[in-house]
Design a protein around this ligand. Structure first.
Ligand code: 5CA
Length: 462
């Protein structure tokens, strides 16, 4: 993309309504514009990051054997009356009447709708296990929407629902989700810690929240710092193997990690003092096992292998896709702007032309652009008639991890400058070497993460 043809409405002034870095930077970098309280338009660069995150979520869900679909945003109140949640959900639910006077609502979550789909089509244990998910806009009329996309009223969420024949099979689904979530966040360059939590209006006993540590987080958390050393890395996980998934879950749930809702000071005090930590955290996901809470009242039953009719065991699992954009920025920024991790950056590499209109420099930039694109990378070429300082400030603000700077002086000796946004270090090298280096850095991120996915339409979204 050439910056002169893109739509990147960066702001010079720091918007006064933004209290935290991610909100400030998303507004300044032209990623979002508030439409009304807690509701945002996603401008092109914000939309690109949102889609990158969504892509990783899809790939990891499909890898774990979960099936994508799409349910509507508007739901009938009748289904929620069946589960008993229509009244329970309270003021957070946006209730609407259609022209016939029927009660509708903008879905804050989808347990009822998915259970209705299940009971209409599935009747036998032979069709289980089944996990369906979608990524769709939700609405919760939060009393205090704040921090930009972090606590919105309209927000984008991945929500998945498992249907299993009994408790043990459903616990395997729970474990599979925990492992796939760990991998999802790792690919985004985020450390998200699973913590024992409270289930709130979703219900159930077993639930973990995934928290990114950040001073601006809304939750208070307590943990053993040993949990920070755990990584999945490139472990090949067999998601059908119950013992293997359970072992990974044990590894992550053995060190103490809880939100304030479930915090137990007596257990916490037994952690060696140097490893005892408390801080703030941003909740970027939550998984639940709630057994037959919805299947019983709504009649989602199947015939088991003894011919008996039994309600299915269910759980639900959510990732805050739009909140993740904010959480990623909270975890990755400095005083000059955003610093995107390679896995989610909107463009892979910036190209800065220091002398627009100089035939040699223009040609070198065009050559770099073509060479990067041929490697499957998306550059953002700042080809505007602007001072070098302004171009650098924009690049720093929007946070592309790598930048290649091209000027007449360097070109005389055959070099361009490759700069790392995170460390600020620069190195001179030939244009070919710069392209090769950037391609090598991105190799783990651009390789297809799940073979059939590479051929699917998801890759053509952007
Ligand atoms: N049905 C379950 C699992 S699918 C559910 O709704 N879970 S949840 O309430 O925990 O939401 C899932 C994730 O959505 C949260 O972990 C959080 O990251 C995100 N989320 C929740 N409320 C908001 C909000 N107001 N703004 C932005 N993201 C939110």
């Amino acid at each position: 993309m050439r910056l002169s043809r893109y739509f990147l409405p960066v702001l010079k002034e720091t918007p006064s309504e933004a209290q935290i870095a991610s909100h400030r930077l998303m507004l300044r970098a032209g990623m979002i514009k508030q439409a009304s309280a807690g509701i945002y338009s996603w401008l092109p660069m914000g939309f690109k990051v949102l889609k990158r995150i969504e892509q990783i979520v899809h790939e990891e869900q499909i890898r774990a054997g979960h099936i994508p679909m799409l349910m509507p945003t508007l739901q009938s109140a009748d289904l929620w009356r069946e589960s008993g949640r229509y009244d329970d959900y309270g003021e957070e639910m946006l209730r609407i009447k259609d022209r016939h006077g029927r009660d509708m609502l903008y879905g804050p979550t989808n347990e009822e709708l998915i259970t209705d789909i299940f009971r209409a089509h599935v009747g036998s244990y032979k069709d289980l296990p089944l996990t369906l998910y979608h990524i769709q806009w939700k609405f919760r009329d939060e009393i205090r929407p704040r921090f930009g996309v972090m606590r919105g009223r309209e927000f984008y969420m991945k929500d998945g629902y498992n249907f299993d024949i009994d408790h043990d099979a459903a616990i395997h689904a729970y474990n599979r989700h925990m492992v796939s979530y760990l991998r999802t966040y790792e690919r985004m360059g985020l450390k998200a810690i699973p913590m024992r939590a409270d289930s709130g209006p979703i219900g159930g006993e077993d639930t973990h929240e995934f928290l990114v540590l950040a001073d601006t987080g809304e939750s208070e958390v307590f943990y053993d710092s040993a949990i920070l050393d755990l990584t999945l890395g490139d472990r090949a996980v067999n998601y059908d193997d119950r013992a293997e998934c359970a072992a990974i879950v044990r590894e992550w749930t053995t060190p103490y990690a809880r939100t304030d809702e479930t915090h137990d000071a007596a257990i916490y005090d037994q952690i060696p003092e140097a490893r005892r930590k408390s801080s703030r955290g941003i909740e970027v996901g939550q998984i639940f096992y709630f057994g037959t809470k919805y299947s019983e009242p709504m009649g989602a039953v199947v015939t088991n292998d003894k011919g008996e009719r039994v309600p299915v065991h269910m759980g639900s699992h959510g990732i805050g896709v739009s909140r993740l954009v904010g959480a990623l920025i909270e975890a990755n920024h400095d005083e000059n702007g955003i610093i995107w991790p390679e896995g989610v950056t909107p463009f892979h590499c910036g190209i800065v032309n220091l002398k627009q209109g100089d035939a040699e420099v223009d040609a070198a930039c065009a050559g770099l652009y073509k060479a990067l694109a041929e490697k499957g990378l998306e550059p953002l070429y700042d080809d505007r008639e602007e001072r070098a300082g302004a171009k650098f400030a924009t690049m720093d603000l929007i946070g592309l991890p790598w930048r290649i700077t091209v000027g007449p002086r360097g070109l005389k000796s055959g070099v361009v400058e490759l700069t790392c946004r995170r460390t600020g270090t620069s190195e001179e090298m030939s244009p070919e070497a710069a392209v090769a280096r950037v391609a090598e850095i991105y190799a783990p991120h651009t390789a297809p993460h799940w073979e059939p996915m590479a051929k699917s339409s998801f890759h053509t979204w952007l």
